[in-house]
Design a protein around this ligand. Structure first.
Ligand code: ADP
Length: 474
C-alpha cells in the first residue's frame, strides 16, 4: 500500500492542501497584525497628541506633564486614552497605588519642546535630554493658539495589541485552522477518489498484460473514460487484437507450410521407396516427375525466404532507374512464348513521356512476371493481357490488366494474404503456392510503393495496379 498510486496521490494532495492552508494562515495573520498595528498606532498617536495638547491648554506650560502622563497612563480610566480629561494635580492617585498597571500602548511616543528638550521620554532618552535636530524635524508639531509648543516623535515601535485585538486574532486563527483542516479533509477525499479512478484501469491493464505475457492473447479491458486513460485502454485493446490476429496468421502459416511441404515430400518418398523395393523401375519419366516435385520444394523454400527477408526489412534491392517500357519489355520476353501457345496476346502501352522509376529490375521483373503468369493462368485463349504505365501524382502507376475470368468481390480482400488460393484444388494441378501475390506485395512495399487489385467481377477480367515513387535520376 505504501508504494501504491492511491497512497502517493493522496499523500501529494494532503501535502499540497496542508501547505496551502498553513501558508494562507500565516499570510492572513501577518496581514491582520500589520493592519491592527497601524490602526493602534494611529489611534495611540491621536490620543497622545490630544492628551498633551489638552494638558498644555489647561496648564499653559509643560511643567508636570511627565508626572501627569505617567499617572494617567497607569490609571484604569474607563475611557482609557480615548477621552482625556484634565485632572487637577492634587487628585491624581500615587503612581505606586495597588492594582495600577502602566499602559504600554501609551509609551511609544516622545514629547519634546520646540528646542528638542525631552519632556515625555522613550528609550534611550531621558527627561531633559536634547534630541538631535534631524529627529526633531521628523516629528509632528503640537500647536496651541497658532504657536508650536512641542513636537511628537514616534519611537518606530508598534504599540502592543490590546485584549480585544489579541482575542480577535486568536479567533481568526482558529477559523483558519478549521478551514485548513476542512481543506485537508476535502483533499484527502478527492485524492482517494481520483487515485482510485486512476488506479483501477491501471490495475486492469496490468492484469491483462500479465495474461498476454502468459500467452492468453484475447485480452480486452473496459474503456471507462474519454481521457488519456481511456485512450490507453483503447490502444491496449487494439494491440491485443492485432497480436491475436498476427498469432493466428502465424499459426495458419505454419500449418500451410507444413501442408505444402508434405505433399511433394510424400510423392518423392513414395517413388523412392517403390524404386528401392524394385516395384517401380526409375524411368526417365518418373525421374522427371521427382525433379518437378523437388523444383516445387525449392521454389517454396525460396519464396518463404524472400518473405521472411521482406518481413525483417532485409530484402536487398539493387535500385536503378528504369523506364516502364524497358521493364515491360523484359517481362514480355519471358512470357511471350507461353502466351502465344495459349493464344493470349501480351500488349504494352507505356508512352515515353512516363518518367523512369527507381527499382530493382530483377525483383520487379519477378513481381510483374507473377502478375502476368497469374493472368495467363486465368485468361482463356483469345484473351489479352495489357501492361500499361502512366504518371500518377508524384510517382508512376504500372498496371497489369487481363480479360480473363476476373476475381470475385469476396476474394479480393484476401488475394494478397499468404497461402491464399482462390481455388484450393488448383495446388495439386498447377503447383500454385498461394504466395505469389504476397511476395509481390512485400517487394513492392520494399520499394516504397503499393499494390492493389480490382475486378469488375466474374468473366470481366482483373487489373493489378502498382504505384511506385518516381526515380530521383532518370
Ligand atoms: P498462386 O500462387 O496460387 O497463384 P497468388 O498469390 O499469385 O497465388 O494468387 C492468389 C489467388 O488470387 C489465386 O489463387 C487466384 O485465385 C487469384 N488471382 C490472382 N491473379 C488473378 C487473375 N489475374 N485473375 C483471377 N484470379 C487471380
Amino acid at each position: 500500500m505504501s508504494r501504491s498510486l492511491t497512497f502517493k496521490l493522496t499523500r501529494a494532495f494532503l501535502i499540497v492542501s496542508i501547505t496551502g492552508a498553513v501558508l494562507a494562515m500565516f499570510l492572513a495573520r501577518w496581514m491582520m497584525v500589520q493592519a491592527f498595528n497601524q490602526l493602534v498606532l494611529d489611534q495611540t498617536q491621536t490620543d497622545f497628541v490630544t492628551t498633551v495638547t489638552v494638558y498644555y491648554q489647561t496648564n499653559g506650560s509643560w511643567e508636570g506633564m511627565l508626572e501627569y502622563f505617567r499617572l494617567r497612563n497607569t490609571t484604569p480610566l474607563p475611557g482609557a486614552l480615548g477621552q482625556p480629561q484634565p485632572i487637577p494635580r492634587g487628585q491624581l492617585p500615587p503612581p505606586n497605588a495597588p492594582g495600577l498597571q502602566p499602559n504600554p500602548r501609551a509609551f511609544v511616543f516622545m514629547l519634546a519642546d520646540p528646542n528638542g528638550i525631552v519632556i515625555i521620554p522613550i528609550a534611550p532618552y531621558r527627561p531633559g535630554d536634547v534630541i538631535p535636530v534631524t529627529e526633531l524635524a521628523e516629528g509632528a508639531p503640537i500647536e496651541v493658539d497658532g504657536q508650536v509648543v512641542g513636537v511628537v516623535v514616534a519611537s518606530g515601535e508598534p504599540p502592543a495589541l490590546g485584549e480585544r485585538e489579541t482575542s480577535y486574532l486568536a479567533s481568526t486563527n482558529r477559523a483558519l485552522i478549521y478551514a485548513g483542516a476542512a481543506a485537508a479533509a476535502v483533499a484527502l477525499f478527492l485524492g482517494v477518489f481520483l487515485a482510485r479512478s486512476l488506479a483501477r484501469p491501471l490495475r486492469e491493464l496490468t492484469a491483462a498484460t500479465r495474461q498476454i505475457a502468459k500467452g492468453a492473447l484475447q485480452q480486452r479491458v473496459p474503456v471507462r473514460s474519454q481521457d488519456e486513460m481511456g485512450e490507453l485502454a483503447a490502444a491496449f485493446n487494439q494491440m491485443s487484437a492485432d497480436l491475436e490476429r498476427a498469432n493466428e496468421i502465424r499459426r495458419q502459416m505454419t500449418a500451410d507450410i507444413a501442408h505444402d511441404l508434405r505433399t511433394p515430400l510424400s510423392v518423392l518418398g513414395g517413388y523412392i521407396e517403390a524404386m528401392q523395393d524394385g516395384i517401380l523401375p526409375p524411368t526417365a519419366e518418373r525421374l522427371a516427375t521427382m525433379h518437378t516435385e523437388i523444383q516445387h520444394l525449392i521454389r517454396l523454400v525460396d519464396d518463404l525466404r524472400t518473405l521472411s527477408l521482406a518481413d525483417a526489412g532485409e530484402l536487398s534491392l539493387n535500385l536503378v532507374s528504369l523506364s516502364p517500357a524497358d521493364l515491360f519489355g523484359r517481362v514480355r520476353n519471358v512470357y511471350q512464348h507461353t502466351a502465344e501457345q495459349q493464344g493470349v496476346a501480351i500488349e504494352i502501352d507505356a508512352p515515353a513521356s512516363v518518367p523512369g522509376v527507381s527499382l530493382d529490375p530483377d525483383r520487379m521483373t519477378q513481381v510483374l512476371g507473377n502478375l502476368v503468369s497469374n493472368a495467363l493462368r486465368y485468361t482463356p485463349a483469345g484473351g489479352r493481357i495489357t501492361l500499361s504505365a502512366k504518371a500518377q501524382g508524384g510517382g508512376v502507376a504500372l498496371m497489369v490488366e487481363d480479360t480473363g475470368q476476373g476475381i470475385p468481390a469476396d476474394m479480393l480482400p484476401h488475394i494478397f494474404d499468404r497461402f491464399y488460393r482462390g481455388d484450393e484444388s488448383r495446388q495439386q494441378k498447377d503447383g500454385e503456392s498461394g504466395l505469389g501475390l504476397a511476395i509481390a506485395k512485400s517487394i513492392v512495399e520494399a520499394h516504397g510503393g503499393s499494390i492493389r487489385a480490382d475486378s469488375a467481377g466474374a468473366g470481366k477480367g482483373s487489373i493489378f495496379v502498382i504505384t511506385l515513387p518516381r526515380a530521383n535520376r532518370t
